[in-house]
Design a protein around this ligand. Sequence first.
Ligand SMILES: NC(=O)c1ccc[n+]([C@@H]2O[C@H](COP(=O)([O-])OP(=O)(O)OC[C@H]3O[C@@H](n4cnc5c(N)ncnc54)[C@H](OP(=O)(O)O)[C@@H]3O)[C@@H](O)[C@H]2O)c1
Length: 305
Amino acid sequence: MFGKKKPTPQIDKDQLELIENAQKRIKQKKRLYAHFVLFLIGAIFLIIANTVLGIGKDFKLFGIDWFVFAILIWLSLFIYHLFNVFVTHKFMGKAWEKEQLEKLVTKQQQRIDKLKSGFEKEEKLIAQSEVYNEKNTNSISTKSELTIIVAAAENNAIGLGNKLIWHLSDDLKRFKSLTNGHHIIMGRKTFESFPKPLPNRTHVVITRQKDYKAPDGVIIVHSLEDAIDASKSDSQPFIIGGGQIYKQAMAIADRIELTRVHHDFDADTYFPEVDTSVWKETANVFHKKDDAHDYEFSFLTYERK
Ligand SMILES: NC(=O)c1ccc[n+]([C@@H]2O[C@H](COP(=O)([O-])OP(=O)(O)OC[C@H]3O[C@@H](n4cnc5c(N)ncnc54)[C@H](OP(=O)(O)O)[C@@H]3O)[C@@H](O)[C@H]2O)c1
């Protein structure tokens, strides 16, 4: 467990081979050099032995002193050694160079392929993220949550004589807080049921009358589509009524904020039935009858399935 850690080689196989070859080559040349020095000393020794010390003075071959033959034989051995080192066993010869070059080229090709596939993967990711960003940007800029806000009785009654039927202060507070700062889209009749435009909201009024006059700041349009278009800068425009506009907006709204008043009323204007196969209830808060509220009611939120 606490034994010596094995040294991990920092160089690859080819580099190791190259180093080993270089070491072998140095050894070869060292040996050749030693042979040369030995040959020189040996030759001088043979000359001295024969001429100065008189060893084999009388031994001659073809009238030539023996040491000459001895030196010539040694010289040919040395030349053979020399030939071996520089010609026969030449390590880094042309073939070796070619082999190394091929290895290098193959290795570089492999690295290029690896880099290429890395780039391709990266390109794919960049492209995907660009598409994702584009989608997201589009959805932010074009997708807004069209919300219907309404107070309806158990029998779906919402108005009588162009007036609301009840007064529920908490419901009005909720209406104010939810719509504050937003576009409120309404039919001409609902607009005319207000004593004056509501503060801090952009009023978008739908009418077929081409010359309809309204106070400054009120946007007049002639269809529900144009009303939605006029509210496209708003992330949550509200459809605030009345009966005719609710009916048309049910098919395209994303959410309904419904105050269900738990009572039946006589009315001349009604809210469409909430089809639970289309709408999913996501919130339900009950409010009981009290001194400020004549009827029980519930704040319901529906989202399109
Ligand atoms: N309980 C609630 O939450 C609530 C909320 C809002 C309103 N209300 C009640 O609802 C009643 C009003 O509703 P309402 O149905 O009688 O009227 P409304 O929907 O408010 O307005 C109807 C008018 O809008 C215009 N219009 C409708 N559809 C159009 C279209 N496709 N293109 C162009 N213009 C179009 C027409 O104006 P022109 O006639 O000028 O052409 C039409 O007469 C009132 O009693 C009000 O108090 C209740």
